[in-house]
Design a protein around this ligand. Structure first.
Ligand SMILES: Nc1nc2c(ncn2[C@@H]2O[C@H](COP(=O)(O)OP(=O)(O)OP(=O)(O)O)[C@@H](O)[C@H]2O)c(=O)[nH]1
Ligand SMILES: [Mg+2]
Length: 220
């Protein structure tokens, strides 16, 4: 994973303006996805599983400090996307800097752990932050994570589904450990984002006289 500093994050953009730039088959659109939720719900594993499906997950993973980013190029709804996933720290000490990650997010994955009631009860507060700091038209998907730990389940599928319905969001249960539901959750979120024409596409080839962004970041 590539670590970048919060200071490098682009400035706020609250515009809900529709793009009039026509998409050519060679254009690629940069998409920022923020993954939020309580500490230890599995945001880093989930992000890594999505971005690098064939790589092993680190069983000794440490709590995220600030954030990590991972990326993956894919085609959704006929659009070529460069998906940059902002895997944020769930720990309370980093909560104050989390809003900076929302500002340019096109989509947010709100994650709780189906074996951890507190992480489910914290969803409204994460949701409130998304609504407060993200763009008006940000797409949101809710994920009940660690589906493989069925015997330790504390939050039923119905509870998660009901909450998501109340928020008018798609809902998935998933497990980074088994991969179940991971691709479905991200694809549903990216589909919503792709249908949203807020962000203009970027040309794939960048003229040599334009300064390049730091490596590891989005090509936007
Ligand atoms: N059984 C199971 N364990 C998981 C899964 N995903 C993550 N874990 C474990 O849960 C613990 C926390 O995972 P992380 O991905 O670091 O959690 P996080 O939400 O990123 O935590 P912070 O970075 O502190 O916010 C680790 O010990 C993982 O091994 C999963 O799908 N199933
Ligand atoms: Mg983490």
């Amino acid at each position: 994973m590539v670590a970048t500093s919060p200071a490098s994050y682009p400035p706020p953009q609250k515009s809900a303006r529709k793009s009039t730039v026509p998409r050519s088959p060679r254009s690629i659109r940069c998409v920022n996805i923020v993954v939020v939720g309580n500490s230890s719900v599995g945001k880093s594993w989930l992000s890594h599983r999505f971005a690098k499906p064939d790589e092993e997950l680190d069983p000794n993973i440490a709590a995220t400090l600030g954030h990590n980013t991972v990326s993956r190029d894919m085609t959704i709804e006929g659009q070529r996307l460069n998906v940059l996933v902002w895997d944020t720290a769930g720990s309370e000490q980093f909560r104050a800097i989390t809003p900076s990650y929302y500002r340019r997010a096109d989509g947010a994955l709100l994650v709780y752990d189906i074996t951890d009631t507190k992480s489910f009860e914290a969803l409204p507060s994460w949701f409130a932050d998304v609504r407060k700091y993200a763009k008006e038209n940000v797409s949101v998907v809710i994920v009940g994570h660690k589906l493989d730990k069925e015997s330790d389940r504390r939050i039923s599928y119905q509870q998660g589904h009901r909450y998501a319905q109340e928020q008018d969001c798609p809902f998935f249960e998933a497990s980074a450990a088994t991969t179940a539901g991971v691709e479905d959750a991200f694809q549903a979120l990216l589909k919503k984002v792709a249908q949203n024409t807020d962000v203009p596409p970027q040309p794939e080839s960048i003229p040599l006289n334009i300064p390049q962004p730091p490596t590891g970041g989005c090509r936007c």
